[in-house]
Design a protein around this ligand. Structure first.
Ligand SMILES: Cc1ncc(COP(=O)(O)O)c(C=O)c1O
Length: 464
């Protein structure tokens, strides 16, 4: 990369200091040190600017979180005011701060009716650690301590702490550090294109949900505490389940009394065209993890919405729940969360996704399936994914080793677009404030990058 001085240091200077001291998450440290990081220096609305002064359309909302877009003054003002008034106080010793109380109240209002209580954490991973402890505590209090097992799904992402990574179904993560921890097991994901194309989507949805019933019966219903899933698997490649899947999961959980947990860290706060993904997918969770979109990523905040079924037991049969974080209910994070949720309400962003840009994106994104490299392309609200295939007529997928997704991602970066690659799936989740004109702009960039990737694949002889 050439070096211009648009910030305090040149790009090369930033990259050298970065390589010398900063260990990035989910990164091959040596590889990145050789290549050099891309340095992002500012952002506005849906556009980032890098240290070379280049403008980039952020079709991933940062990391699925900047739902209201960059530069929202209401959030900046809320943080500034709270930092000035009370930058920190804890919620441990019979104390509380007004922003935490008000956000808890507002979250009870915007979440489905069974949710009236919240337990705050600092991130989605911590939220999922809380889920594991809370599920097991619930069954202990009910005199069924044997119900320890939590069932999750392969290729799920639930965070990177020991419990989060164990709940997740990423084989690469399990391969490091002796995971999963005991009592967490996985079933197959509802990925129709890869696993079920010999049946209809609806039939496959039922088949995939019944893998849960098989697992519950194999383990013994008296040993299973909960099932956890993302309404739409995000980091696993935006796997949108058939519409029959979640209602059948609900039926099975009800039948065996298993707690149903919705990890809404990505799907929450309007992403799927409703406030929460469970509403879009038609199920009624007992617990919900949230993070990211609660503050639009402006400051870290996460937590667990605790449904009445669980809350009543924890509260009424209680005793002390020996769990919590220094930053549970952090006043600055909660003040920003409040401003963010109110802004989503004021701007009508959930309706904007549901009635306007969601359907508009769906229509235009689906047309990508015409492209010679694309096997399937679909969206749910403002999440979209396409699968790049070797032979679209036969549906032959590329061997993993070719890293065709990474080739495409490289073209995206070079052309001013952030689109993420998960294996051979290219995924987007743009800020909810995106307009139709900006979707048009994004689609032009996506097509250009697909054409460039196709040309590469042809040149390399990957297609035949
Ligand atoms: C569904 C889901 N759950 C949990 C997490 C973990 O959240 P965090 O990175 O804030 O710990 C993520 C992060 O991407 C996620 O997508």
């Amino acid at each position: 990369m050439t070096s211009h001085r648009t910030t305090a240091r040149t790009t090369a200077e930033w990259q050298a200091a970065d390589a010398a001291h900063f260990l990035h998450p989910f990164t091959d440290f040596q590889g990145l040190a050789k290549k050099g990081s891309r340095i992002i220096t500012s952002a506005q609305n849906i556009y980032l600017t890098d240290s070379e002064g280049k403008r980039i359309l952020d079709a991933m909302s940062g990391l699925w979180c900047v739902n209201v877009g960059y530069g929202q003054q209401a959030l900046i003002d809320a943080a500034t005011k709270q930092l000035t008034q009370l930058p920190f106080y804890n919620a441990f010793f019979q104390t509380a701060t007004p922003p935490a109380i008000e956000l808890a109240e507002l979250l009870a209002e915007v979440t489905p009716p069974q949710f009236n209580h919240v337990f705050f954490s600092g991130s989605g991973s911590e939220g999922n650690d809380t889920i594991v402890r809370m599920v097991r505590r619930y069954w202990d209090l009910l005199g069924q301590p044997g119900r320890q097992v939590i069932i999750s799904r392969q290729n799920a992402y639930h965070g990177s702490t020991m419990a989060g990574a164990s709940l997740g179904g990423m084989s690469g993560m399990h391969a490091q550090g002796g995971l999963p921890i005991p009592g967490i097991v996985h079933i197959q994901q509802p990925y129709w294109y890869a696993l079920g194309r010999d049946t209809s989507r609806d039939e496959f949805g039922l088949v995939a949900a019944r893998w849960l019933e098989d697992k519950i019966l194999a383990i013994g219903p008296d040993k299973v505490g909960a099932f956890i899933g993302e309404p739409v698997q995000g980091a696993g490649g935006v796997i949108i389940p058939p519409r029959t899947y979640w209602p059948e999961i609900q039926r099975i959980c009800d039948k065996y009394g298993v707690l149903l947990v919705s990890d809404e860290v990505i799907c929450g706060f309007g992403r799927t065209g409703n406030w929460f993904g469970c509403e879009t997918m038609g199920f009624r969770p007992d617990l919900m993890t949230f993070a990211k979109g609660v503050t639009s990523g402006y400051v870290p905040l996460g937590g667990v919405m605790v449904g009445d079924r669980v809350a009543r037991v924890l509260i009424d049969q209680g005793g002390e729940f020996n769990h919590g974080y220094t930053y549970s209910g952090h006043p600055v994070a909660c003040a920003v969360g409040l401003a963010n949720v109110r802004l989503i309400q004021q701007l009508g962003l959930v309706e904007h996704v549901r009635d306007d840009v969601g359907p508009y994106l769906a229509e235009h994104f689906a047309k990508l399936a015409d492209h010679p490299l694309v096997g399937d392309a679909e969206t749910c609200g403002l999440m979209g994914a396409m699968v790049l295939v070797k032979d679209k007529v036969r549906g032959t997928m590329f061997p993993d080793a070719l890293e065709v997704g990474m080739v495409c991602r490289g073209h995206c970066f070079a052309n001013g677009l952030i689109m993420r690659a998960v294996g051979d799936r290219m995924i987007i989740a743009p800020p909810l404030v995106i307009t139709r004109a900006q979707i048009d702009e994004m689609m032009v960039l996506i097509r250009r990058c697909l054409d460039l990737t196709l040309a590469d694949a042809q040149r390399q002889g990957w297609l035949h």
